[in-house]
Design a protein around this ligand. Structure first.
Ligand SMILES: Cc1cc2nc3c(=O)[nH]c(=O)nc-3n(C[C@H](O)[C@H](O)[C@H](O)COP(=O)(O)O)c2cc1C
Length: 321
């Protein structure tokens, strides 16, 4: 098993890991080879006027190896969005065939597209014929393994196998599994045996031990994508790649920087406090015996209170880990 060549990807996480989070993260931590932006829904009017477009503007992502992601089941809209992305200089676009949200599913998009395999095949046929050569754009796919159960996985993979997908990123859960039901490792194993496409594993890699176990189990994969593992412990990629330990000073440096950016970017204390509480919701297990302080963060009513708790945490944890 050669783990040196396995790339680490930063998962798209809509609402949490936008360009402010991404930039701050990239300035402080190392270990990520490629970042995936949260999805942008295509529209008949193109994507340039959408507010999400700001997230992928090159000037907001300097020095970041970024792949934009599109959510679409309409080939025409997808192709025009791809043209816009090519115009910005992007060379890879990712298709979201995994989003489990009810509003997305009801429109037959995201994981909902897995309920219409003929439609999916037709969509791929059109986008690969019309964008691949014209825009010289690589198309990667991020997918779940089914809508309700894994019975269709064989058929789904057969469709993917017909197209020159640059990389297949598999989150081995169905839509019904959402984020917490057990990962269906057997479906990833099936893909290892039944596709020649470049593969990336995604799902529940929250520790270095979990990373190693995936590398051993799925020897030959190209990449592992980390999502909540990074939100829970931002040091995870460098712990994996550089054999480092968790570094409290870096976590607080990241915290301080993103806190300042949210304060500059958002108007009023309430949304900033909300964002910071969200960050701690994920990072709550970063530090041992921090339950009381985390509880105080959750209960804090304004930024002055919040600042006091953070100061307390810094005194407790910096140089202690
Ligand atoms: C808050 C949140 C937002 C997400 N947004 C997206 C998204 O925009 N596009 C996407 O393909 N997946 C999205 N996902 C799914 C993740 O990219 C990833 O597939 C999933 O969390 C499993 O990986 P993990 O166990 O490493 O977190 C999101 C997940 C979370 C928790």
């Amino acid at each position: 098993m050669n783990t040196e060549n396995i790339q680490l990807y930063f998962a798209p996480m809509e609402g949490v890991a936008g360009y402010l989070y991404r930039n701050t993260y990239n300035e402080i931590f190392s270990g990520i080879d490629k970042y995936f932006a949260p999805f942008i829904s295509t529209s008949p009017n193109g994507i340039r006027r959408l507010k999400e477009f700001k997230d992928i503007l090159p000037e907001n992502n300097k020095g970041i190896n970024l792949v934009p992601q599109l959510l679409s089941n309409n080939a025409k809209d997808f192709i025009s969005a791809t043209e816009e992305l090519a115009g910005l200089g992007y060379e890879e676009v990712n298709i979201n065939i995994g989003c489990p949200s009810g509003t997305v599913i009801s429109k037959g998009k995201g994981a909902g597209f897995l309920g219409d395999l003929d439609g999916l095949d037709g969509f791929f046929d059109e986008i690969f014929n019309k964008t691949y050569d014209k825009y010289n754009m690589k198309i990667s796919v991020k997918t779940r393994v089914g809508l309700y159960d894994e019975d269709m996985w064989q058929d789904i993979l057969e469709i993917y196998n017909r197209y020159p997908i640059s990389e297949l990123i598999i989150h081995p859960r169905t839509r019904e599994d959402l984020y917490k039901k057990p990962v269906r490792y057997n479906t990833f194993e099936y893909a290892m045996e039944n596709t020649g496409l470049k593969l990336c594993y995604n799902g529940d890699v929250f520790t270095k031990a979990a990373y190693k176990s995936i590398c051993e189990r799925f020897d030959g994969i190209n990449a592992i994508m980390l999502g909540r593992g990074i939100l829970k412990n931002p040091c995870l990629p460098q712990m994996i790649k550089e054999d480092k330990e968790i570094e409290a000073d870096k976590i607080f440096e990241f915290h301080d920087k993103i806190y300042e950016r949210y304060k500059d970017y958002m108007s009023g204390e309430v949304p900033v406090l909300f964002k910071m509480k969200e960050i701690w919701l994920y990072m709550q297990e970063c530090f041992e015996n921090s339950e009381k302080m985390i509880k105080k963060i959750k209960k804090s009513k304004n930024l002055r209170e919040y600042d006091r708790i953070i100061q307390e945490m810094k005194e407790e944890y910096i140089e202690k880990i």
